[in-house]
Design a protein around this ligand. Structure first.
Ligand code: MOS
Length: 723
């Protein structure tokens, strides 16, 4: 990849944990080894639905080093049924893996082998003989049970009348496949009991969710549980919420009276946590001859499990992106015999954005209008559904900056009109959007007489730069250099922070740190950050410490209590009574389709993003570029292939689940468009974690159309679609 030389202003602080990571000193959950640690290995079901009829454990038990084999016969109601997140509980899914003989989906854990070594546990697992009663399945979205989700319906105006009157309309269907996050780090869990106290080492995006959810499952007091997650080796939504594996490992550790570590295989990870469900979309647009939208319909269908009904429902967002007087959007969950899906980077925005931004390009073609100009005539500072103001909106500034950097003015609009030797060249663009969320969070800051600062909040270092951000904010607010700040993070004993999801971590935790620092300044009577250290020296105090708890705009009055119970969700986006909040951006790509082989390449991509205040341009740049690269993967490579007989994932490994490699990625340029928005939150931060991935797939599909005249409406776009 050929990145432009990156400007490094003072606040582009290198990540503070970078050295520990590149030297191998950083300890992840699977690195934790205590004396007498036993190893767990899961056995997962090889049927799509039915029940375990019998286990033959004789041969498995004879493997030297085997300590125990847990099945539903030993576990059963020892881990009771508790509600999922979607029913007001904590769990990422509500299927109890060893709760009964029942099998709800392929890949569901049915036994857990415990042994002195990992090898012995795996060997024994291979020797367990299971007979099943197999039931018929419906595993595909097209075979599932459709449930309309009425609360996600948004309607305004008279859509039918507007469609009948419209001179130009588009009516198209789009689809996106099952995708898995595949963080590098596997779903490790290490549990150790000390009397009635349990310590869990597990990568998590929400420590308090694990702590309180596990206490609820195990029937113990939450204050007996400590969850540690110092480093998380990638998460992307997959580590957002408590999965069923954790209680099994805790139970095993209690039974054995020894620490137990489980490191599931990558294949097992495909069904242990949530993933990006496949989606279907029907989008209809109506416009006048000048391109002004007069009506839109967007209906989405999202796969879910039989056990849990969930949908990302981002039609609530696509309804609000452009001025349009008549709007109708609907969302349906489609239940099938599959594990429960969940969140994957820009979970709703990526698929719904693909559909809407593809349809807009189809409209631009029908109107013979430049796609950038189509967005411009429909730009709005008001949410067309509720009439609420955007806190700020720099969409067209992003389009203009990205278009200029890309060289869009040189585009010849006719499909197939741009070539380079044997390559057909296509240029496409699309909008990126991501709602701005923030949640209740707490932070403790301590300033000592030697001018050192200690910041503590149970935030989550997913690799996105949380630790660095925390150090920077405290340094700035107390007038010290970043190297004077120590950060404590990733431990449920610290003041709680919101889930590291919804691109909301910085927007949530930075204001808490700012408030704690402001309290320290007040204690010292220091009017400005620069006055803090002199005031501290003059005070003669050994240390000043403040705890701040922040409940952002839109968070319910009991939001702080909910945070302390691990049940707080971020607020914002389109869910506020008085305004809408979005980060916005523009994606431009060049696609080359070979005239003979039909190979599809993306030699360059330019994105421009307006995300409010950027605390650290270095880590933000990584988030945006990483998101764009993921977008290229999502458009051209990624799909979890499913066996339609039983729901088995047949490419559940990094050899066959295709992601782009360096040779697939050319120039990727992320432009950060300056934007000041003091309304969104005290830090002025909109978040950068997810927006980079949004819109890339549509931009690529639009560019493929421009190169070839072929409109591909189903992801991923592969050679066979452009033959
Ligand atoms: Mo993100 S999918 O909100 O971790």
């Amino acid at each position: 990849m050929n990145l432009p030389l990156f400007p490094t202003p003072a606040h582009a602080v290198p990540r503070v944990e970078g050295r520990a990571k590149v030297t191998g000193a950083a300890r992840y959950a699977s690195d934790v080894r205590l004396p007498r640690t036993a190893y767990a290995y899961l056995l997962t079901s090889r049927i799509g639905r039915g029940a375990v009829q019998a286990f033959d454990l004789t041969s498995a038990r004879a493997v030297p080093g085997v300590l125990d084999i847990l099945t539903h016969e030993m576990v059963g109601d020892a881990i009771p049924q508790r509600p999922s997140l979607y029913a007001g509980g904590y769990l990422a899914d509500s299927v109890r893996p060893l709760g009964s003989a029942e099998v709800a989906h392929w890949g569901q854990p049915v036994a857990m082998v415990l042994a002195e070594t990992f090898e012995a546990a795996r060997e024994a697992a291979g020797r367990v003989d299971i007979s099943y009663d197999e039931a018929p399945t419906a595993v595909a979205i097209d075979a599932g049970t459709v449930q309309p989700l009425e609360p996600m319906t948004v309607t305004t105006g008279d859509v039918a009348a507007a469609f009948s009157a419209a001179p130009v309309t588009v009516d198209a269907r789009y689809s996106t496949p099952t995708q898995h996050q595949n963080p590098m780090e596997l779903f490790a869990t290490h549990c150790v009991w000390d009397g009635d106290r349990l310590t869990v080492h597990e990568p998590s995006q929400y420590l308090n969710n694990v702590k309180f959810g596990l206490a609820d499952q195990l029937g113990i007091e939450p204050d007996r549980i400590r969850v540690v997650s110092t480093y998380v080796g990638g998460a992307f939504g997959a580590k957002g919420f408590l999965t069923q594996r954790t209680a099994l490992v805790a139970l095993a550790a209690r039974r054995l009276g020894r620490p137990v570590v489980l490191v599931p295989t990558r294949e097992q990870g495909f069904t242990l946590s949530g993933y990006r469900a496949e989606t279907r979309h029907h989008v209809e647009l109506a416009a006048d001859r000048d391109g002004r939208l007069t009506a839109m319909r967007h209906e989405g269908w999202e796969l879910t499990s039989r056990a849990d009904t969930l949908a990302m429902g981002a039609a609530s967002m696509t309804a609000r992106l452009y001025a349009c007087p008549n709007i109708s959007v609907r969302v349906n969950a489609v239940a099938a015999d599959r594990s429960t899906p969940g969140f994957m980077r820009a979970p709703g925005e990526m698929p719904y954005g693909f559909a809407l931004e593809s349809a807009l390009d189809e409209l631009a073609v029908k109107l013979a209008m430049d796609p950038v100009e189509l967005r411009r005539v429909n730009d709005t500072l008001t949410d067309p559904v509720g009439g609420l103001p955007y806190t700020s909106r720099s969409l067209m500034r992003c389009f203009d900056e990205a278009a200029a950097a890309f060289g869009w003015a040189a585009r010849s609009p006719e499909p197939g009109s741009m070539t380079d030797g044997d390559w057909r060249v296509g240029w496409g663009c699309a909008a990126a959007f991501y709602p701005t969320y923030a949640g209740a969070s707490a932070a403790r800051v301590r300033l000592t007489a030697d001018g050192r600062v200690h910041v503590a909040s149970a935030g989550h270092e997913l690799g996105q730069g949380m630790t660095t951000m925390m150090a920077q904010v405290a340094a700035e607010e107390l007038g010290v250099s970043v190297d004077r700040v120590a950060v404590a993070i990733g431990d449920s004993d610290l003041p709680p922070a919101i889930v590291a999801g919804g691109s909301s971590s910085t927007a949530s935790v930075a204001p808490a740190i700012m408030a704690a620092c402001a309290a320290i300044r007040r204690r010292l009577d220091a009017a400005t950050p620069a006055a803090v250290i002199p005031a501290m020296e003059a005070s003669g105090m050994g240390a000043v410490e403040e705890l701040a708890e922040i409940r952002p705009h839109g968070v319910a009055p009991d939001g702080m209590r909910a945070l302390y119970r691990g049940q707080a969700g971020p607020a914002g986006g389109v869910h506020l009574p008085d305004r809408v909040q979005f980060a916005l951006g523009a994606q431009f790509v060049e696609v080359r389709v070979h005239a003979l082989t039909h190979e599809i390449r993306v030699p360059r991509a330019v994105g421009a993003f307006a995300c409010g205040r950027i605390i650290n341009p270095r880590t933000a740049h990584s988030q945006l570029v990483g998101g764009m690269i993921w977008g290229i993967g999502s458009a051209l490579f990624e799909a979890t292939e499913i066996d339609e007989r039983n729901g088995a994932y047949i490419n559940a490994n990094l050899a066959e689940y295709l992601v782009p490699v360096n040779a697939d990625i050319g120039d990727v340029q992320a432009i950060m468009v300056p934007e000041e928005d003091r309304a969104v939150n005290a830090a002025g931060v909109k978040g950068v974690g997810e927006i980079g991935v949004v819109g890339v797939a549509a931009a690529i599909a639009n560019a493929v159309y421009h190169a070839t005249g072929r409109r591909v409406r189903d992801l991923p776009i592969r050679i066979e679609h452009v033959l």
